[in-house]
Design a protein around this ligand. Structure first.
Ligand code: G6P
Length: 364
């Protein structure tokens, strides 16, 4: 199918710019101010069942796996249920223990990725409860799951995922809030998260206004042969996704690392020719992240910070609007989509169809 590009030169650019509207859609009709929670009609999970969940395991591939990593953190933080994400392919080949008190969640833009579908089928065969967090309505994974959340990002044509990633993280915030409010999350915290969610569309629009400055940075970074992305806790999955996006679309080698692990290896690589992108949210780990940047500077490494305020230790900072701590990862990924896009543009890459990649991988 081919959709109108609406004045954009690539679908990737169009889809990046559709994100404020897309997030508006995933929120629409779901917020319940009376009980400071959200309604997720397709979940098929009543409050008693929700309270019996002992663990959450999230499965996906590529960008959807990274959105799942963010989702797992949100579920742990807001609902206090142990949660983690794993690539669906790893899960299905390691003969994982399937536990009846675990809620399994399959994440997929297309709803057709073979490894994810096979994991869902194996889980169902063993009697597990599986939810889908899916974009394409009526797709194979959506049909196979016991229930789930549609992320309503709209059609995504570019092979690399942008707006669907953002919407999936918002869908996970809704799920985490819902699970939290069936358990111990207070009305006050529920309200706080709802207010944060409502701010997102305007903050995305504000973020996208910085495109010209990010384009200039991208033209500079397009000369790099390799880049390092670091972050910790909430910033780490953002670093993972940003590194994937840059690799996919610009073909520049990139590696993501937890900032805390720098001293256990990657510091050996630091030199002026290896720039680092540091994800530095203004949360309780800010000082730790500043210390990591200092270690890089001490070895003459160049740093681009993505932060909520100007970072002195960095050579350049992209300032992102601040939201509630738990929701910060949603916005921090957006400037890095623009960075990947403009780097690829500067290098003359085939942005909507990167070499060797497919939009959905329906084979093993
Ligand atoms: C392919 C695409 C990626 C995508 C991944 C998972 O590798 O190139 O952009 O993230 O599949 O796709 P899904 O449709 O399951 O989210």
């Amino acid at each position: 199918a081919s959709y109108d590009m609406g004045g954009h030169d690539t679908y990737m650019h169009k889809e990046i710019h559709e994100q404020a509207d897309a997030v508006d859609r995933v929120l629409r009709g779901r917020i319940d101010d009376r009980f400071s929670t959200v309604h997720l009609g397709g979940l098929n999970l009543d409050a008693r069942e929700a309270r019996q969940i002992r663990r959450v395991k999230i499965l996906g591939c590529g960008t959807s796996y990274h959105a799942g990593m963010i989702g797992a953190q949100m579920i742990e933080e807001l609902a206090r249920i142990p949660a983690d994400a794993e690539p669906a392919s790893e899960f299905r080949y390691r003969n994982a223990v399937v536990d009846p008190d675990t809620l399994y969640i399959a994440v997929s833009q297309s709803g057709e990725t073979y490894d994810v579908l096979a994991a869902v089928q194996e889980l169902k065969r063993k009697g597990a409860r599986v939810l889908g967090v899916v974009n394409v309505v009526g797709s194979a994974i959506a049909r196979e799951a016991d229930g789930g959340i549609y992320v309503h990002a709209g059609p995504e044509v570019c092979v690399v995922s942008t707006k669907c990633f953002t919407n999936t993280t918002v869908a996970f915030a809704l799920l985490a809030l819902h699970l939290g409010r069936t358990r111990d999350l207070s009305v006050r915290d529920g309200k706080r998260i709802i207010e944060g969610l409502r701010k997102l569309p305007a903050q995305i629009a504000e973020m996208l206004e910085q495109e010209e400055e990010i384009k200039k940075l991208a033209q500079e970074y397009a000369e790099a042969h390799s880049m390092l992305f670091i972050g910790r806790v909430r910033g780490y999955p953002v670093a993972r996704e940003a590194s994937l996006k840059l690799k996919e679309v610009s073909y520049i080698h990139a590696e993501a690392y937890p900032a805390s692990e720098l001293k256990h290896g990657p510091l050996a690589l630091i030199e002026p020719a290896l720039p680092t992108v540091a994800i530095v949210p203004d949360d309780d780990l800010l000082e730790k992240n500043r210390a990591a940047m200092e270690e890089i500077k001490a070895r003459s490494g160049k740093i681009l910070a993505v932060a909520h305020q100007h970072q002195e230790k960095a050579d350049q900072t992209i300032v992102v609007p601040k939201n509630e701590d738990e929701l910060d990862p949603i916005l921090m990924g957006i400037p890095l989509q623009l960075l990947a896009y403009h780097t690829a543009l500067a290098l003359g890459r085939d942005i909507d169809k990167p070499r060797n990649l497919a939009k959905s991988v329906t084979v093993e």
